[in-house]
Design a protein around this ligand. Structure first.
Ligand code: ATP
Ligand code: SF4
Ligand code: MG
Length: 340
């Protein structure tokens, strides 16, 4: 379904220094800052962070779906090496859904209740791919089978399907224009644990079968371990650590990542305790200076409130933390004194 390799050797997707501001009551406030990463065909990358860290804003910017009060203040998004006009809605139309599609959180509730699901999948095939009604319908049936729904269930109305099946329909719709990249923004959040596991398995199978680049946005690191190759940890609009899932789980380096991993229940090891991270994530108006994690960080140093740490690249991935930078720390201060 997808073209396997970028023709010019460029990555499938590259996000380079992307910054997005929201205008709120006449003031522009940065929601994401200097976000950079690459995605290869067939790769699954997770974007993880607490609520308000900027995950959806990143996804919306990549898909050219930012709301009217948002502005790209720096950076670029490239698809197979070609810069995308992410701020120009009309110019993004040929790219959206046929190159990158998004499955949103709770998307299953966005299905039109008065149309049969097969029609809702066939419509983008007619509009975007120019297929005839019969061909679009046949493709919609194929897509339903692909996501594990018998084609004849396409005659159902959304309310006749379970939540898991409706989310499968949304995934079929996301695949209808043969995209190379699928972004799942919390695609399993509204589902029960068993259905969540089934949908994640489906996304993993589709990624391999169609050689999709998958960006999976989640609050939940246990989802990442199951479904992704690589993980990016986001805090207050910045990526603070990136690496392979194996490396990040075995030896997280950023204190925020360490706390996130410590917060996962691990029944296999007998550790069922879910710890919460002390303090609250900042909102746009209250983002702290320097390293935005400093008011909550158990390893905070004087330099942390004064300077944003560089994103250090090593063979084991990237981390933005003064503990791992070449800058000499000024002095260690008591962790408890700096906590909320
Ligand atoms: P969640 O996990 O809750 O979905 P998120 O990581 O996806 O959070 P975003 O939705 O990208 O976070 O929001 C990042 C920041 O931008 C938050 O502080 C949020 O309140 C703010 N924000 C999001 N959308 C808008 C908007 N349209 N106008 C103003 N501020 C916004
Ligand atoms: Fe903690 Fe400082 Fe590292 Fe930020 S830069 S995570 S405050 S040690
Ligand atoms: Mg979100």
């Amino acid at each position: 379904m997808t073209d396997l390799a970028p023709k010019n050797g460029a990555p499938l997707l590259s996000v380079d220094g992307l910054s997005v501001d929201y205008r709120l009551k006449g003031t522009s406030l940065p929601a994401i800052s200097d976000v950079s990463f690459e995605l290869k065909a067939g790769e699954a990358v997770a974007l993880v962070g607490e609520s308000g860290s900027g995950k959806t804003t990143t996804a919306m910017a990549i898909a050219g779906l930012l709301p009217p009060n948002a502005a790209v203040s720096a950076g670029a998004v490239r698809y197979r090496g070609e810069r995308l006009p992410i701020e120009d809605d009309a110019a993004m139309r040929p790219h959206r859904w046929s190159e990158t599609s998004v499955v949103f959180q709770g998307a299953m509730n966005a299905l039109n209740p008065v149309h049969r699901v097969v029609r809702q999948i066939a419509e983008p095939c007619m509009l975007k791919l120019g297929l005839s009604r019969d061909k679009a319908r046949a493709k919609a049936m194929e897509l339903l089978e692909l996501v594990g729904i018998p084609g004849d269930r396409g005659a159902a109305y959304p309310h006749e399907l379970s939540g898991g099946m409706r989310q499968r329909v949304m995934i079929a719709m996301a695949l209808s224009c043969n995209p190379s990249i699928v972004i799942g923004d919390e695609p399993t959040t509204a589902l029960d644990v068993i259905t969540q596991a089934q949908i994640l398995k489906l996304l993993g199978e589709l990624r391999v079968r169609l050689n999709l680049g998958l960006i999976l946005i989640t609050h939940d690191l246990s989802v990442v371990a199951e479904a992704c190759n690589r993980v990016m940890i986001m805090y207050a609009g910045r990526i603070v650590e990136e690496g392979s899932v194996a490396d990040i789980f075995a030896a997280p380096r950023h204190p925020y990542t360490q706390l996130l991993i410590a917060s996962i229940a691990d029944p296999a090891s007998g550790n069922r305790a879910i710890q919460s991270i002390p303090g609250d994530p900042p909102n746009l108006q209250t983002r702290p200076s320097g390293c935005a994690f400093h008011p909550r960080c158990p390893s905070v140093m004087d330099i942390c409130a004064a300077a944003i740490p560089d994103f250090e690249r090593t063979e084991r991935g990237c981390v933005a933390c003064h503990l791992h930078s070449h800058v000499q720390p000024l002095a260690k201060v008591s962790a408890h004194a700096r906590r909320y």
